[in-house]
Design a protein around this ligand. Structure first.
Ligand SMILES: *[C@@H]1O[C@H](CO)[C@@H](O)[C@H](O)[C@H]1NC(C)=O
Ligand SMILES: *[C@@H]1O[C@H](CO)[C@@H](O)[C@H](O)[C@H]1NC(C)=O
Ligand SMILES: *[C@@H]1O[C@H](CO)[C@@H](O)[C@H](O)[C@H]1NC(C)=O
Ligand SMILES: *[C@@H]1O[C@H](CO)[C@@H](O)[C@H](O)[C@H]1NC(C)=O
Ligand SMILES: *[C@@H]1O[C@H](CO)[C@@H](O)[C@H](O)[C@H]1NC(C)=O
Ligand SMILES: *[C@@H]1O[C@H](CO)[C@@H](O)[C@H](O)[C@H]1NC(C)=O
Length: 935
């Protein structure tokens, strides 16, 4: 019992401590998003099933006798990954020699000449992922009420699937670089589902993804315009990749926060998916009676070559009577908008199944029929032959279910016109396009066209010149034929911008062009629009970049950056620089997003963005910069200003005092945030926390920045009685008397006193300013700046207010009053009106550090003294007694005590706490030896 407790504690410790550079604190800014199907260990993400030797960083470093593993654990209906660490010391083989040695980097002692038997690497070899990438990439699911999956609630009781409204959904899945991209079409009458679950055949939830905001809305232009549900499940663990490959993975769409309604379906491979161009979502036809919960999906592709043809595959259920068990015929019909059949064919389903059946057909069609296909006007039906009116599924042929868009950079053959273009098909099958053209000035392009440049054709397909306005060609095109859709999906459609008498075959007069590339929509590419990266320094005029930046509901930042025209790009760095606003001294938070090697960088931050970063992205200014690290000064090659990064409201600090906020607000270390948020903006400048300054507008006003708040005080000027008149030195608050003193430098500039970071002219009188309390109106100071020296003299004012116990004369204000010390600094110290504990603690901490003390990662105000011996403190666990540290002249050294036999024999405490395992081993050895002795 106790042993497991110790081990579990250790597991927590390991997971907690390895979080950051300094293992002893939980740092808020390295919080990670923990998904159900992966472990987070420190700043690393570990695959389910992987194992490793924990490295906690200094001072504890690598724990060679510990193995950690990312294992599955079952929590009710969910399977979640969890880090489990155990000691392997007792698994060490008994050494065969008298004097075994402990080699560095090993846990077990070995004899000279023996190989060490430790596996240091993560167990999963790297090439596994690549190998699986070669497998089929396209999958589909039909989600109906007739799924073979039995959904269960928390008490393991089956949930009745009550699909009165005949809601049907269909999904498409693309497996790419260990990530599973998903896309769904759902019956029009259903709202957007609330959640998506990936489950195993026993309905255990492997991963769950929230799809909608409260109220079923979605914060995505693309998903709103297409009525699709899009996203990605990143980093599938190996076990789940195998489930997918074996067609043993299911998806469940959930409506309502309390599982009010669900649809489920099996993810399967279908050959037709590789070439799919159109999809259909098929529902029970109006008038059918006994088809509750049934549905189907069509996978369709066309060929526009010499003889136009269409290929249809239908996955469906619900068309069979109970006694129809073998070789059942169904009729497939394709009708145009006037309900005239274009084709009608019968297919035999040899083994009718309750959940999934497949029928396919291929046929030649006419050109006009093919064109009506793209306009969503063709109706696909599949019906029972025995009861064609009551067993019938029907659906329109629409744009392919997969969430896809098409993008390109526009690059000039010569000159400096650049740009970008992106487009997609909306739910009506219209082409929505956005083209940005840069470097034209007031010129207008004479031609903007989409053309098919595949070797076969080279035809101009769509002239969209008329939509050009002010650097953009935005529009929606409704007459989209398969002649455009085919090259669009196969990556053969080009955008060309030209002037004069453009000729496509010759290509002269082209200002810029680019080939549209299909991209799956998720994460970064789910942002409203990409951003054009423009060249900054002396780089080729053809250089241009495109970046998608998006912040998701988990407050993660996603980015996808594509560059072109840079010629020889070595490794380039991508930085995001975030400012609260553009102003001198504005503090910058830089974030290194990654390195571009090929010309593309697609990724996400693994840690949640800090609040201040989110705030700046949302309402400040951010720059995306591509820097050349090989050049001097990290030359910026391309840059863009990001103005409209939409940050989900749940990620932004709330302005109310409401404590009832979402998970994303639970910053473990608010101080950290305050430090970044503590900057002040005043008079067009930024000031750091605790800074004080004289207002640029009013020299009598001194301001201080504290926790982001500005407090300003106005100085009072003393009454003057000047025999020779008075004058105001430039930049000073108060005028001074003109006297005959020689108070000018040789170059005739006035001599000035330095005091508290400010300067005062000769003769100036002022109240000293204290950051804590403002002007101390009980002290007058005077600047005396003569040729030989400058001096500030301060005196306490002896009046009722400032010195109630003084026997003060009638004179309120006098330089003849008692002087307080000879240096004004002392006047402060002695007469500071309020005791300042923070300042004192800081001073004490600085003193300890200057005497060879060591930093305390938990509390910078409580450093360890030189020669102090202590146990390190782990923020969430308290003192870690098994490690002892010593501060020695500024250097922290920590060690785990050796658990000797003597210690075990002597100290019960040693046995109980840190040496438990070693002591047990010694006990066993003792027993064995005793046993041998008897024999
Ligand atoms: C969603 O689409 C509808 C119509 O298609 C439109 O009226 C609405 O403004 C869109 N909302 C967003 C957030 O794009
Ligand atoms: C199946 O049963 C129905 C009645 O429910 C009957 O009309 C039909 O002929 C039967 N079909 C076969 C193939 O037995
Ligand atoms: C074109 O669309 C983009 C992206 O939605 C937008 O930023 C831009 O202002 C639009 N331009 C015009 C002229 O409408
Ligand atoms: C374009 O061609 C027409 C006739 O083919 C010619 O008249 C015109 O001058 C040409 N324009 C340019 C800019 O070359
Ligand atoms: C370039 O930037 C990196 C990262 O910020 C920095 O480590 C490096 O010193 C910089 N190099 C130069 C020459 O400024
Ligand atoms: C100032 O310095 C001059 C010589 O540089 C000296 O003669 C004079 O006595 C000094 N005055 C004071 C007040 O120290």
């Amino acid at each position: 019992m106790a042993a497991t407790v110790v081990l579990t504690l250790f597991a927590i410790l390991a997971a907690v401590t390895a979080r950051s550079k300094s293992p002893l604190i939980d740092e808020a800014d390295t919080r990670m998003v923990n998904k159900a199907a992966e472990c987070v260990f420190g700043s690393q993400i570990k695959d389910l099933g992987s194992s490793w030797i924990p490295d906690l960083g200094p001072p504890i470093n690598v724990l060679y006798c510990t193995r950690c593993e990312c294992v599955k654990t079952q929590r009710k209906k969910r399977i979640v990954a969890r880090v489990q660490c155990r000691s392997i010391k007792e698994e060490c083989p008994e050494p065969t020699c008298a004097e075994p040695k402990l080699e560095p980097g090993n846990c077990c002692k070995t004899c000279p000449g023996e190989p060490s038997n430790e596996a240091l690497q993560d167990i999963i070899p790297k090439n596994v992922a690549e190998e699986e990438e070669k497998n089929s990439k396209h999958y589909a699911a039909l989600l109906t009420g007739r799924s073979s999956l039995v959904l269960r609630n928390d008490d393991n009781k089956p949930i009745p699937n009550d699909n009165k409204n005949n809601v049907v959904a269909t999904g498409r899945f693309n497996f790419h670089r260990r990530s599973l991209y998903y896309s769904f079409y759902i019956s029009d009458r259903a709202a957007r589902p609330y959640r998506l679950q990936f489950v195993d055949p026993d309905a255990n939830i492997l991963e769950e993804i929230t799809l909608s905001e409260a109220g079923g809305s979605v914060n995505s232009v693309y998903q709103n315009a297409t009525r699709k549900v899009c996203g990605v499940w990143k980093r599938l663990p190996r076990d789940y990749r195998r489930l997918l490959k074996d067609e043993r993975l299911f998806v469940v769409l959930v409506w309502g926060a309390t599982n009010e309604f669900m649809l489920s379906g099996q993810i399967k491979r279908y050959a037709a998916l590789d070439t799919e161009l159109f999809s259909s979502l098929m529902e029970p036809a109006p008038g059918t009676t006994s088809m509750q919960g049934a549905g189907g999906t069509g996978i369709i592709y066309t060929s526009t070559s010499l003889t136009p043809s269409i290929h249809v595959a239908i996955v469906f259920n619900g068309l069979f009577e109970a006694n129809e068990t073998k070789d059942v015929p169904v009729e497939i019909t394709l009708m145009d908008e006037r309900k005239i059949p274009i084709l009608k064919e019968i297919r035999i389903v040899s083994k009718p199944a309750l959940d999934l059946n497949l029928v396919e057909l291929s046929t030649v069609v006419s050109g006009p029929d093919l064109r009506s296909l793209t306009r969503g006007r063709l109706l696909l039906t599949v019906a029972s032959l025995s009861r064609p009116h009551s067993l019938k599924l029907v659906g329109n042929i629409m744009t392919k279910t997969t969430c896809e868009l098409f993008q390109t950079l526009l690059v000039p053959p010569q000159g400096d016109t650049t740009g970008l273009a992106w487009m997609y098909l909306n739910n009506e099958g219209y082409l929505v396009y956005n083209i940005q053209i840069d470097g034209l000035g007031h010129q207008k392009p004479d031609l903007i066209v989409l053309s098919d440049m595949s070797t076969k054709r080279k035809v101009e397909l769509l002239d969209i010149t008329s939509s050009y306005h002010n650097g953009w060609a935005n529009g929606t095109q409704d007459k989209i034929t398969p002649k455009i859709i085919e090259p669009l999906y196969s990556g053969n459609l080009w955008v060309s911008v030209a002037k004069g008498n453009y000729s496509m075959t010759k290509g002269n007069f082209t200002m810029a062009k680019g080939k549209l590339v299909p991209k799956l929509v998720a994460d970064a590419r789910d942002a409203p629009a990409p951003i054009l990266l423009r060249r900054e320094s002396n780089v080729p005029s053809s250089a241009v970049g495109l970046a998608w930046i998006n912040v998701d509901n988990m407050c993660n930042l996603h980015y996808d950056v594509t560059l072109s025209g840079l010629g020889h790009p070595g490794p380039l760095d991508v930085y995001l620089e975030m400012l609260p606003m553009i102003a001198p001294g504005a503090p910058v938070i830089p974030r290194h997003l990654g390195e571009i090697v090929g010309g593309n960088l697609d990724g996400s931050t693994n840690d949640i963005l800090r609040r201040e970063e989110l705030r700046r992205l949302d309402s400040g200014v951010a720059f995306l910069k591509i820097k050349d690290k090989s050049s001097r000064h990290n030359l910026t090659l391309l840059a863009a200003t990001l103005k409209q990064i939409k940050v989900p409201a749940t990620c932004l600090p709330q302005l109310t005092d409401d404590n009832n906020v979402g998970l994303s607000h639970l910053d473990a270390n608010e101080d950290n945030m305050a430090q970044n948020g503590g900057d002040c903006f005043h008079g067009g400048r930024f000031y750091t926390d605790e800074a004080s300054w004289t207002s640029a507008l009013n020299p009598c006003e001194i301001c201080v920045c504290r926790n982001g708040q500005i407090k300003c005080d106005t100085a009072k000027c003393p009454p003057l009685n000047c025999p020779n008149g008075q004058r105001l030195h430039p930049g000073d608050c108060c005028p001074v008397c003109i006297d005959n003193d020689d108070s000018f430098n040789d170059d005739n500039t006035p001599r000035r006193c330095q005091f508290g970071g400010r300067t005062y002219g000769h003769g100036a009188r002022f109240h000293p300013y204290l950051i804590q309390t403002g002007f101390d109106e009980c002290i007058w100071c005077t600047c005396k700046a003569t040729r030989n020296e400058t001096e500030v003299q301060c005196a306490r004012i002896q009046n009722e207010k400032c010195c109630p116990t003084c026997n003060h004369p009638a004179v309120v204000d006098s330089m003849n009053g008692s002087m307080i010390g000879d240096r004004p600094r002392d006047a402060f110290a002695h007469h500071r009106p309020h005791h300042d504990p923070i300042q004192e603690t800081k001073l004490r901490a600085a003193k300890i550090m200057s005497e060879g003390g060591c930093e305390n990662p938990n509390d910078s105000l409580q450093p360890y003294k030189n020669q102090q011996v202590y146990h390190p403190v782990i923020a969430s666990l308290g003192e870690y007694k098994c490690v002892t540290c010593k501060c020695d002249k500024g250097v922290t050294k920590c060690e785990r005590p050796q658990c000797t036999r003597e210690m075990c024999d002597k100290s019960r405490k040693a046995r109980r706490v840190c040496c438990k395992r070693d002591c047990i081993r010694y006990r066993h050895k003792n027993k064995n030896q005793r046993a041998k002795g008897i024999r």
